[in-house]
Write a protein that binds this ligand. Structure first.
Ligand code: DP6
Length: 372
């Protein structure tokens, strides 16, 4: 597939107005996306667990307008008008207009809310951009007359195309957002060990996954709820002319290849080593870039050391991963959740800002809530 496959032929149905609501989750990368080329093409492949509870719920109201010269939209977060969200959405509309040529023909009201607190330090761009992309896909679906007799095959094709294009559009909003449409494991970025992988959109991990990874748990420890110190755009740009960039990009391909074996065999020890190394490598890239950043906080390190101590002592399969920030995602299998959650509550939560943490687990992707 190429970008051109996402340019629609013709809209043959007149729709005056409507409203659509999607709920879309966040995701946590196991092999990290860090570094991108033009048009959000990733420098290396990544893979993530789709989350289940951390979600954005977005309603898109649309009504036909006379003037087709510019984009017209308003954005609300939790009922409050958010003009500071507009530039990002405007840029997104500009990037996707060629794939959604109806954008200037409608006036949009975007109403959005998150199931996690806004100031939690959890990035809402993945869930937010994927929810918006899905809503726009529903508008497009209404504009194309479907007079083919829909049998199971067409329906499947329809759904595959819908999800692929939604992921493709979400990617143009925020790279990692393309991994939030479906679940439970999503690969984005072309790599030879994963058949069908592409830089254009996320695909469902196509190989066997061991029972150990079913219902995998992610408890997010909110160490720092402040604004991101380094925006993702600035962060990704740090990989341009980075002295270790090429090795890092190659390592990500190798890690995906290795993870394939681990996911099949259910080797939790190897899983933990790979995932933790990925998280620390991401931060190592930031430590060694110019300018350089330390995004971990003292409490991030306290938590990591506690996790290592507890793992050594108990032999339980607890590990951590990090995003481009100070919060810690504690990962563990469902079968060990009782002891590990007890440890988190008694030993780790004290290092969180206001004892705030979120219990999540692997999820299965976005859901259409309403389409009127
Ligand atoms: C560290 O997807 O937020 O979370 O494409 O610029 O919007 P943009 O970046 P973004 O980058 C996320 C990077 C990461 C790792 C990952 O999720 O793979």
């Amino acid at each position: 597939m190429t970008e051109h496959d996402f340019i629609p032929n013709i809209y043959d149905t007149n729709v005056e107005k409507g409203s659509v609501t999607w709920e879309s989750p966040s995701n946590i990368a196991l092999v990290k996306y860090w570094g991108k080329k033009k048009d959000q093409i990733p420098e290396n492949p990544s893979i993530s667990f789709t989350l289940n509870h951390c979600k954005t719920i977005t309603t898109l109201e649309f009504s036909k307008k006379e003037d087709h010269g510019s984009f017209e939209f308003e954005v609300y977060l939790d009922g409050d008008k958010k003009d500071d969200f507009k530039p990002k959405i405007h840029t997104f509309f500009e990037r996707v207009e060629v794939y959604l040529p109806f954008l200037k023909q409608y006036r949009f009201i975007i109403k959005t809310e998150n199931t996690f607190p806004h100031s939690s330090g959890i990035a809402s761009s993945a869930s937010g951009m994927s929810a918006l992309a899905l809503c726009l896909m529903n508008v497009e679906k209404q504009l194309i007359k479907s007079d083919v007799i829909v049998g199971a095959v067409e329906e499947d094709f329809d759904k595959t195309y819908f999800n692929r294009k939604a992921s493709f559009l979400a990617r143009l909003g925020s790279g990692s957002a393309c991994r939030s449409i479906e679940g439970d494991l999503i690969v984005w970025g072309e790599t030879k060990s994963i058949e069908g992988s592409t830089d254009l959109f996320g695909i469902k991990y196509p190989y066997k996954v061991h029972e150990n990874f079913k219902e995998y748990q992610d408890t997010i420890l909110l160490v720092d709820k402040g604004e991101k110190q380094v925006s993702s755009t600035v962060g990704h740009n740090l990989m341009h002319n980075h002295p270790y960039a090429q090795n890092r990009f190659e390592q990500a391909h190798q890690n995906l290849e290795d993870l394939k074996g681990i996911l099949e065999s259910g080797d939790l020890k190897a899983f933990n080593a790979l995932v933790e190394s990925e998280a620390l490598t991401l931060h190592a890239m930031m430590l060694t870039s110019m300018p350089y950043f330390i995004l971990m906080k003292p409490n991030t390190l306290e938590i990591i050391n506690k996790i290592w101590g507890f793992r050594e002592e108990t032999g339980l399969h607890i590990s951590f991963t990090l995003d481009a920030g100070a919060n810690v995602h504690v990962l563990y299998p469902k079968s060990e959740s009782q002891e590990i959650l007890q440890f988190i509550q008694s030993e780790l939560v004290a290092y969180c800002q206001n004892w705030h943490y979120i219990c999540d687990q692997i999820g299965f992707g976005a859901e259409l809530i309403k389409n009127e």
